[in-house]
Design a protein around this ligand. Sequence first.
Ligand code: ATP
Length: 251
Amino acid sequence: MTANLQRNVSETDDLLRLTDVHTHIGQYHILHGVSFRVPRNQVTMLLGRNGAGKTTTMRTIMGLWPAHSGQVHLKDRAIETLDTMTIARSGVHYVPENMGIFAGLTVEENVRLATRQNRFNQDRLTWVFGLFPALEKFWHWPAGQLSGGQKQMLAIARAIIEPCEILLVDEPSKGLAPSIIESLIRAFRELKDADTTILMVEQNFRMASTLGDHVAIMDDGCIVHESDMASFVADKDKQASLLGLSMEAHQ
Ligand SMILES: Nc1ncnc2c1ncn2[C@@H]1O[C@H](COP(=O)(O)OP(=O)(O)OP(=O)(O)O)[C@@H](O)[C@H]1O
């Protein structure tokens, strides 16, 4: 099957799709016509050098830095003109790079605040505890006292405590020890097995290549490559030319 044909067949099952998106931050034109797809029930990795525009893309999808032009489709619905709250309510949940947790509140309070009606669905909470047992253990601790890895787990738990269509996660492995990264990889794998669609920005190549099904590479505010992860991992020359030494643990 040719690449084009493959693309046409699978395009019908994109959960999220960006088409020619331009974003300005103040006077700066940051995204220059970004187009890529996030297939349903897959993990899509958004990779690229520092300053390529990955976080800006995530924030644009969430409406935090609205697109100046272009389209963002969630299934068949155009969401690029919606406000952030409406986008989140439509099922697009975001774990920002700074994690966005409240250090002075307990783990429980942090997760409770992320529920729609200030109460837990017990089955969902049990599922989250299964993914991140440390959160159950430290349920009544102030979030500020958690380790870096546990804070990341709390940030993800807040994003998945309510069912979502797609989870956006910005650099979850940043600053974490290898053993913690391995446990995050296991948790994301379980999420994926539970049919969660994920778009992730990641600097750790092992995490990106192990978890990713699909990959989009950014450079200077544009997408410069998009393919399935397996063929990108197999093409060492392409990795070197598009990513250089920008990723940790590059193989
Ligand atoms: N608030 C801002 N005001 C002006 N320019 C900004 C702002 N935030 C980001 N930029 C610029 O936008 C470009 C893209 O930044 P962005 O954070 O999206 O890149 P990134 O690929 O996520 O980088 P990194 O991997 O370092 O996090 C960079 O040139 C950055 O300097």
